[in-house]
Write a protein that binds this ligand. Structure first.
Ligand SMILES: Cc1cc2nc3c(=O)[nH]c(=O)nc-3n(C[C@H](O)[C@H](O)[C@H](O)COP(=O)(O)OP(=O)(O)OC[C@H]3O[C@@H](n4cnc5c(N)ncnc54)[C@H](O)[C@@H]3O)c2cc1C
Length: 421
């Protein structure tokens, strides 16, 4: 059974059904075994199957039960903190093109996932952050992103709110129903020849001669290559991997459908929107006119009533015309956070690939990286891929840090209140 919080999400209530799958119950062989049926694993599997390679995906829970089926569905072609100039050139370009990659894939396979590519807007919450958004727009624009700067009136026009000081739009961005997209990726991968086993937790990865064996409770897969696509839900599969990131809860909420007259005044061009705050303010409409939003908490106790109150107040402050909304859906998922706030990509062993640390920006990027992992499995040398491979580096003091990770939001709230350019 999928976990209770996942089942209470808006996406679980509205996505089309998942393709039928069953647990792994045999010892089987493939060219590639993928661990994890989220965007990374399923995009990798789809691209491999399309190329005629045999690929088996094993998933501990249901398709999309990790971050991929629980997120806000904003397709954002940037990272949350790292700027383009801090990234290797090829990787910056991959990030820049990741939203178009996603929408092109959706169009190519006619995936039914409420995809809307009307742009992503990042409003600035202080005048100093407006200068930050100017720099961002310039830097991404130099890489070919169709960007537009907005002054305060411009942001009011596209958001319906005077809350912000200006901002920028990246027109390749957009939004989708993330669980629907994930299930559609699975459906297309299976149609192309991939095999997906759900309710099959990989317990260990071990050497089997020149190949690898991935062992589950009731079966095992032997393959030449392994893609570890377990992201923030990674546990003890590979020494040090889980210790290289901090999984941090992100809370999501969806209102009851909002009447059309109020809706018309808020995000009237159907953009996805997330601002410059570390305590991110983010908003988007779903296909039925629900506002999908949420926010962070330092500690998780009593999270449901606290979030109804806090985020209700936030919505009415940012969009007074909506007032304090009724929330029909509340859920959370775990985001993989790295200390340097950059994605980490690793070759863990010969033919074993992994990446973690989306830092909250992976709806587009995860699928794009999954496609690059497929190229690697098909023989492209790692050095020719636009991926920033680094050695695995577990965080010193992780055992203590993981208990304190939620408090990071208090630092970000302080920083949000300070003017920095
Ligand atoms: C609440 C939330 C909101 C977010 N909002 C956005 C957003 O709006 N925009 C954006 O760009 N990004 C967002 N993100 C980030 C984005 O969702 C992730 O970057 C992306 O989904 C990562 O995909 P993935 O396939 O790498 O990992 P996941 O989707 O987490 O998939 C990992 C899978 O591995 C499985 N697994 C784990 N261990 C094992 C095992 N031992 N054996 C077998 N299977 C295993 C898990 O069950 C899971 O299904 C958000 C994340 C969260 C949690």
């Amino acid at each position: 059974m999928p976990d209770d919080v996942f089942q209470r999400s808006l996406w679980y209530a509205t996505a089309p059904p998942a393709p039928e799958t069953r647990p792994l119950a045999d010892a089987v062989k493939a060219d590639v075994v993928v661990i994890g049926a989220g965007f990374t694993g399923l995009s990798c599997a789809l691209h491999l199957a399309e190329a005629g390679t045999s690929v088996i995906v094993i998933e501990a829970g249901e398709i999309g039960e990790g971050a991929s089926g629980r997120n806000n569905g904003q397709v954002i072609p940037t990272l949350s903190r790292a700027e383009p100039r801090e990234l290797e050139d090829g990787f910056a370009q991959l990030v820049c093109d990741s939203a178009s990659f996603t929408f092109d894939l959706i169009r190519k396979y006619a995936m039914q996932c409420e995809a809307v590519q009307n742009g992503w807007v990042q409003p600035a919450h202080t005048p100093g952050r407006l200068r930050l958004t100017e720099r961002r727009a310039r830097e991404w624009g130099l890489r070919g992103a169709p960007v537009e700067m907005l002054d305060r009136d411009g942001v009011e026009r596209v958001t319906g709110s005077r809350f912000w000081h200006g901002g920028w739009v990246n027109k390749t961005g957009g939004k989708l129903n993330p669980l629907a997209y994930c299930r559609e990726l699975a459906r297309c991968a299976i149609a192309a020849g991939a095999v997906v086993h759900t309710q099959s937790r990989a317990e260990r990865i071990e050497r089997a001669g020149l190949r690898w064996r991935v062992v589950c409770a009731r079966g095992e897969v032997t393959a030449e290559r392994v893609v570890v696509a377990t992201h923030a839900t990674t546990q003890g599969l590979w020494p040090g991997l889980a210790q290289s990131i901090f999984p941090v809860r992100s809370y999501q909420m969806a209102t009851a459908p909002i009447p059309q007259d109020q809706r018309a005044t808020v995000l009237p061009f159907d953009h996805a929107c997330s601002d410059t705050q570390g305590d991110l303010h983010f908003f988007r409409w779903d296909a039925a006119g629900r506002l999908v939003t949420g926010g962070a908490l330092a500690v998780g106790w009593d999270w449901e009533p606290r979030q109804r109150e806090r985020i209700g107040r936030r919505v009415s402050a940012v969009f007074p015309r909506i007032g304090v909304p009724v929330f029909d859906y509340l859920w959370f998922g775990h985001v993989g956070i790295t200390l340097d706030r950059k994605p980490h990509v690793h070759e863990l062993g010969p033919g074993v690939l992994a990446w973690l640390g989306c830092n909250g920006r992976g709806v587009g990027l995860a699928g794009a990286i999954g496609a690059q992992f497929a190229r690697a499995c098909l023989g492209t040398p790692l050095g020719e891929l636009p991926l920033p491979f680094t050695p695995l580096s577990p965080v010193f003091g992780h055992a203590i840090g993981k208990h304190l990770r939620g408090f990071g939001i208090l630092y970000y709230r302080y920083r949000d209140s300070q003017e920095v350019a």
